[in-house]
Each structure stands twice: as structure tokens, then as C-alpha cells.
Ligand binder design. Sequence first.
Ligand SMILES: [Zn+2]
Length: 214
Amino acid sequence: MNNFIQPYQFVSIKAHSEQLLNVYKSVNDFKTIETFQAITYDHISQLFNEKHSEIEDFTNIIMHQKIKRAQVEKLILGLRSYVEPFNQPSSKQLEKIFKKTKKLKQPDWENIDLKTTSYVGWNDSGKQKKFIIAYEQDKLVGVVGELSPTIKPGICSVCKKESNVSMFLSTTKSKGDGTYTKNGNYICHDSKHCNQQLDQLDGLYEFIQSVKMK
Ligand SMILES: [Zn+2]
């Protein structure tokens, strides 16, 4: 088992070690530091169902209060080599998934870090649409919706973090008589940013379920 770390787990490990380093830097109270260490240790361990010596070594090392930031960054880079990258589909596969869209805009793959990518979302500002793809039990799924050009601060339904969000409106049911059911969610306008703070997958899959064509 080589690539045993999922992108969201990697994002979560990075965020939690960063928080811990900030506590080391800014907190003097021993008890507070100890509490934060325990929280970080538990959180990172609980990300995985099985024990991995690479993860155990990492969590043990960052429990040293005197550790240098550069050292942690180097360790994180080491863990990155175990991350399973997002499996990039071909343009043909994407065209098949979004077959109702003419002249489908393709994602800007060159600027997407597949190792911090749990889903791929890209905007077609001309069409005012956002396209989203993800894997559900290894099966590639796609959803598309109208994306409002208005960006405001709020909580994203996908990453569940505070962010710059926009309304994503999708048609979930179209009846024979020409009426539609629509479903709206506020999500990160910038999906790349969303992925960089996406540290659990519940929100992503709930979102995909709620906006899918029924
Ligand atoms: Zn988000």
C-alpha cells in the first residue's frame, strides 16, 4: 500500500500541524500546550482506519515543542509522496459526463495540484456555470449548476469552512410539463481554494447528493 493518504487527509494533517506550531510559538502555558498536543495527536491518528508507521512517526515528532517549522515542512513533503492524487479524467470522459453542455470548457489541469484535490470544480464565467467532478466509490460523477457572479463571505457547503462563497443553483428535477425543481447552496467560488481547506469528505458527498439530477 503505497499511496495510503487521501488528499483530504493530507490537507487535514497540514492544517493541524500548522495550528500546533502556532500554539508552540504563541502559548506559554504548559497545560494549554499539552491539551493542543493531545487534540492534534488524536485528530491525525483518527484520520486513518489502520495504523501507518509513517503517520505515527510524524505525529510523534511534532509532539516536540522545540521542533522547527522548516523541519515540519520537510516531513510534510515526505508524507506528500504517499498521497493518492486525484485521478485526472480525459477530455472525452468529461464531455461524456456533461453531454448536455456544448463546447465544454475543460479544467485548467496545469494549475491544479492533484495531491490536494478531493474534487475538481471549474467555472465557465461566460456561461455563469460551475462544473464539478468527483469519485463516488471509484465512479466518476459530475454536477453542474448556475454560479452567481456575486461573491460574499460565508460558510461553504462543501468544505464547511468560512470562505468567499457564491450561490450554486442546480436543477434537480425536470418534469414533463416543463417545471423544474431547483436547489441552491453557497459554496466556495474558487474550488481550488475549497480543496486546500477541505479536510473531511462529508460535506462534499452531501452536496453532490443534494444537487444531483433526481
Ligand atoms: Zn469550500
